[in-house]
Design a protein around this ligand. Sequence first.
Ligand code: AFP
Length: 297
Amino acid sequence: MNLRDYLHSCYISEDLTSVIMSILKAGKEISEKIKNVDIGTAGTENIYGEEQMALDVLSDKIFQQELKSNRNVGLIASEELHDEIKIGDGNYAVCYDPLDGSSLIDTNLSVGSIFSIYESSSFIGVAGKDQLVAGFIVYGPRLTLIISVSHGTIECSYKDNEWLVTKDNLIVSEGKMFAPGNLRIISERDDYMKLMEFWMKNGYTLRYSGGMVPDINQIFLKGKGIFIYPGCPSKPEGKLRLLFECAPMAFLMEQAKGIATDGNARILDKVIQSIDQKSPIYLGSIEEVKRVQTYLS
Ligand code: AFP
C-alpha cells in the first residue's frame, strides 16, 4: 500500500493529505541536498545562539517554499526562526525542525526532519495532544518516514518515486535498550549516575548517536527501549524543544503504545507558552519510562 491509500483508509481529507505530501516533497528535496551540497556553515545563528549550518538554513527555506505554495497551510513555525509566520488563509498550521542533528552532518551520520500539523491560528496555547499529524523523515542509508494520523504509528519508505507503507503498526514494548542524552550533566546529578549504573549492570544495550531522529527511529523499529534527555540544576528544562521535537515524538510514541513525560507531566498535556520552549523528555516503553521516573526525581 502507498501512503496516499493509507491516509485515505484513515479518512484523512484531501486537504490534509496535500499538506502531508508538501512536507514530504520538502523532505525528498532536502535528502538530495544533503548528498550534494557543501556542508560548510552558514555564518549565521538560530534563535538559540547555535551556529547554523548551511544545510539548516537551506532546509528551512525548502520547507517554507513548499508550505507557502500549499493553500491549505495558513501558519508555519520553524525551529530555525524566531516567530510563527502567518502565510495564508489555510486551515492548517505546520511546525517543523527542518534539519535535526545538523551537528552530525559533517560526520555523515543519519539526520532528520521533524514535523507536526495542527488546526489552529497560533501555536501558542496548543498542546501536543492537539496534533492532527506528527512525523519525522530519516535521511539515512534509506529515505524513510515515521508518521501517525491517530491510527497508530507506521513506517514508510521512499521507493520508485513514491512513499510505500513498510511497517503498518509499530509497537514499543519492553526491552533492554537505552539512549541517554545529556550525559555531560551526570556530574551534577547523582540520580542520573545511579540510573546509568542500573542500565549498565543489567545488560542494557547503549544506542545513542546524538541525533534525536535516528535514536528514536531505532526504538520504533526495534520495538523497545527508552530515550531520555533530562535537565539539570543549571538548565532544568534541558535542550530539546517542546513544540518542534518533544511533542511530535511523544505523539508518535503514544500511538505506538509507549509513553512520554517530562519526569512529572505527560508531554502531550503540556501547553505551548512560547515556540522556543524547552522540556526534559523521557520517552519509550511504559515500564522503562516509569523506571526512569523513580530514579530521576
Ligand atoms: P543539533 O541539531 O545541534 O545537532 O542537536 C541535535 C539535538 O537537538 C537532538 O537531535 C539530539 O537528541 C540532541 O540535540 C543531542 O544533544 P547532545 O549533543 O547534548 O547529546
